[in-house]
Design a protein around this ligand. Structure first.
Ligand code: NDP
Length: 281
């Protein structure tokens, strides 16, 4: 019988704990924790993510600073704004919502965020420190997944973990966290041969692909722990993950649902990163 890794419930619990920490910070430092969220353009998905992040800030008592910029903003103007925002001592964490419009070099913009304010954990320095297992701000989605596993007492030590997807924001930092957690890790991607056979080896299978119901029951080992990062729309426009949940679940010991699994944890970890950034400022 499988067990649900309930990101929604864990998020609620963690946000309650964080609320107390944030209030304590505010009282002791006579200052609020401040998080800046910069959104360029009108991408509907990005608008939803930003709205949810701002709502989460309100819930835990973090002061949000939202910047809504036009799609056709010049790269140099965006860079000037980011430089100004990162200098503001009331703002402890800064994130630029991705993706940025094509005419803007995202790497150039993200490089302007100093590592201690890089609450997304995307900077070269934070990624480098993660690779070296040193103190850093960790990318929120993989960090949330580790937290979900830990909440059920699932140890990664000695487990065979497979991460499908190698993006800089999910797959790679996920693999690093699992290595740091003493798992034996393999990362697969679109050029991997025999993906099915490879996935069947996994004690822990993380799907971060972006393809609806891509991981099917014949790719999952009996008793595996399956974590679904994907956020896709199925043929009926309904939100679904990268895992064919209905057919896979009975093979699993644990599985995350979509929605209500990894998604809420991502935003909760962002709130924690903002708090940690404030504490260390
Ligand atoms: P990317 O598109 O950046 O990366 C997708 C990865 O999947 C790539 O490494 C790609 O390989 C790999 N891939 C694509 N097709 C295949 C295939 N046929 N076989 C094996 N691997 C394949 O996506 P992200 O990492 O940004 O996001 C992945 C998913 O997670 C998306 O659905 C996204 O919406 C969701 N997401 C959810 C979050 C949450 O909070 N729940 C947060 C962030 C993302 P290659 O490198 O070779 O192209």
């Amino acid at each position: 019988m499988y067990k649900i890794l309930d990101g929604k419930a864990l998020s609620l619990e963690k946000r309650e704990n964080l609320k107390v920490l944030v209030a304590k910070y505010e009282k002791e430092r006579n200052q609020r924790v401040g998080l800046a969220v910069i959104l360029v353009g009108n991408n509907p998905a990005s608008q939803v993510y930003v709205r949810n992040k701002i709502k989460a800030c309100e819930e835990v008592g973090i002061k949000s600073y939202a910047y809504y910029l036009p799609e056709d903003i010049k790269e140099s103007d965006l860079c000037d704004l980011v430089k100004e925002v990162v200098e503001n001592p009331a703002i402890h964490g800064v994130l630029v919502q991705l993706p940025l419009p094509k005419h803007i070099n995202a790497d150039k913009v993200l490089a302007l965020i100093p590592r201690k304010k890089d609450v997304d954990g995307f900077s070269e320095e934070n990624i480098g420190r993660l690779c070296m297992n040193e103190d850093c701000l960790v990318a929120c989605t993989p960090n949330g997944i580790m937290s979900l596993l830990a909440s059920e007492g699932i140890s990664t030590m000695g487990k065979k973990a497979v991460v499908v997807g190698r993006s800089n924001i999910v797959g790679k930092p996920m693999a690093m966290l699992l290595i740091n957690g003493d798992a034996t890790v393999t990362v697969y991607h679109s050029k991997t041969k025999n993906l099915k056979e490879e996935c069947l080896q996994a004690d822990i299978l993380i799907a971060a692909i972006g393809k609806a119901k891509f991981i099917t029951a014949d790719m999952v080992k009996e008793g595996a722990i399956v974590v679904d990062v994907g956020m896709n729309r199925d043929e009926n426009g309904k939100l679904c993950g990268d895992v064919d949940f209905e057919n896979v679940k009975d093979k699993c010991s644990y599985i995350t649902p979509v929605p209500g699994g990894v998604g809420p944890m991502t935003i909760t970890m962002l709130m924690f990163n903002a708090y940690w950034a404030a504490i260390r400022s």
